[in-house]
Design a protein around this ligand. Structure first.
Ligand code: ADP
Ligand code: MG
Length: 247
């Protein structure tokens, strides 16, 4: 399997790369069977995402946004349908191939940061590098650099719990970048932040998109943020309701 990264953090991709399709979601459905009954969370989703695009996924609570993001990121499997990342049929891979692909190609950012509070900010950022067998020196250097790029270089030795929400989300963004992923998935990354701090976090993602050509898929409830993305995909009742291309 080819998980070759096509660009380093410090390099820009060429113009032709901008039109390449990095992800295709084909007819994806997801059914949850639980004690409460059967839920059709996704009812046939089709989405195509170009390399370097910054896409917002918008929709009411319970419409299937997180379910979709988890499937796109290979954290959960669809009930039917396919997801292709760089042309690879993700759910045709073995579990270990899938884990390798996820670890090298995809960075995750969550609403509640999901940081480990008993260890330092630096160790949190280093973690994906541990999982990908990066050497300890390189890991440390890279984590320190990412924290600096994100404006929290002075917080490396702190425990996450002692930082503000905005600072914690910056740590989570740094962590998501540790393995230089081509794709960043963010599930309501500004959902726990006040408007001004949320805007700062959003601007960092925007910078990753424009300056470093990352592909970013972000779930948000905030219409202003959705309008500031390249494209907004509106989800309702497990279906794509509409797509809006912004300028
Ligand atoms: P959103 O992120 O848009 O708020 P979700 O993707 O979390 O929506 O949920 C979509 C639907 O699927 C909801 O009805 C939710 O209750 C249901 N759902 C999500 N995860 C599970 C699960 N693990 N088990 C059962 N139902 C679930
Ligand atoms: Mg959700």
């Amino acid at each position: 399997m080819d998980t070759t990264k096509e660009h380093a953090l410090d390099k820009k991709a060429g113009p032709s790369a901008q039109t390449a399709i990095v992800m295709e979601v084909n007819n994806v459905t997801k059914v949850f069977d639980s004690a409460a009954g059967r839920v059709l969370a996704l009812r046939g989703i089709n989405i195509s995402i170009r390399k370097g695009e910054f896409v917002a996924i918008v929709g009411p609570s319970g419409s299937g946004k997180s379910t979709l993001l988890n499937i796109i990121g290979a954290l959960d499997k669809p009930s039917s349908g396919r997801v292709y990342i760089n042309g690879i049929d993700v759910f045709a891979l073995s579990d270990s191939e899938m884990a390798t692909m996820r670890n090298h190609l995809i960075g995750f950012i969550f609403q509640s940061y999901n940081l480990i509070n008993r260890t330092t900010v630096l160790k949190n950022v280093e973690l994906p590098g541990v999982l990908s067998d990066m050497g300890s020196d390189e890991r440390r250097r890279r984590a320190e650099k990412l924290l600096e790029v994100l404006g929290i270089g002075d917080k490396a030795g702190f425990k996450p719990v002692n930082l503000s929400g905005g600072q914690q989300q910056r740590v989570a963004i740094a962590r998501s970048l540790m393995n230089d992923p081509a794709i960043i998935l963010a599930d309501e990354p500004t959902g726990n932040l006040d408007t001004a701090t949320g805007k700062e976090v959003f601007d960092l993602l925007k910078m990753l998109s424009s300056k470093f050509r990352r592909t970013i898929i972000m779930v948000t409830h905030n219409p202003e943020l959705a309008e500031a993305c390249d494209r907004a995909i509106y989800i309702r009742d497990g279906r794509v309701e509409k797509e809006v291309i912004n300028n």
